[in-house]
Design a protein around this ligand. Structure first.
Ligand SMILES: [Zn+2]
Length: 154
């Protein structure tokens, strides 16, 4: 697991969450309110102490986007839009990694005996397209420090 995945999984464990996460309660634990908002294109945005979620979304999508926004809040500092594109893309991926581990527990899915991704999506109340069948195949981030780069000396 990478840093974002570890953070999401740790939070799920710490809070003793099972099944469908009450993600608004999780946000409240970090002092964040969640409010539906009339975005046309955008899906979520955090302003001050509030996560704004597009009101056009399904409950499953709202759960996912709220978890994603909490991920940004815990993992990334500063104004997202001021970051260079490659950093923004990395942040987006990390927020999704965080959301996946906060909302979907692979052990719990195995224990339930789920076979199909739709069963997992339904059980955890997340959008079907968010379920990653290869979640556990994502390689760990290298533990070494920058100075320990194995390519040093080439
Ligand atoms: Zn985002």
């Amino acid at each position: 697991m990478n840093r974002a995945q570890r953070r999401g999984a740790a939070l799920r464990r710490e809070l003793g969450l099972r099944g469908q996460v009450d993600v608004e309660a999780v946000a409240a634990g970090f002092g964040l309110g969640v409010r539906p908002w009339h975005f046309d294109v955008q899906t979520e945005m955090t302003m001050g102490g509030e996560i704004l979620i597009a009101e056009r979304l399904s409950p499953e999508e709202r759960r996912w986007e709220t978890a994603h926004a909490i991920g940004h809040r815990l993992l990334h500092r500063g104004n997202h839009l001021e970051q260079p594109k490659h950093v923004r893309q990395r942040h987006e991926r990390e927020a999704d990694d965080f959301a996946h581990e906060l909302l979907i527990d692979a052990e719990e899915a195995l224990a339930e005996g789920f076979v199909h991704s739709w069963e997992i999506a339904e059980h955890f109340g997340v959008p079907g397209k968010a379920v990653r069948v290869q979640a556990r195949l994502v390689p760990d981030e290298p533990a070494s420090q920058p100075g320990d780069c194995p390519r040093r000396g080439y």
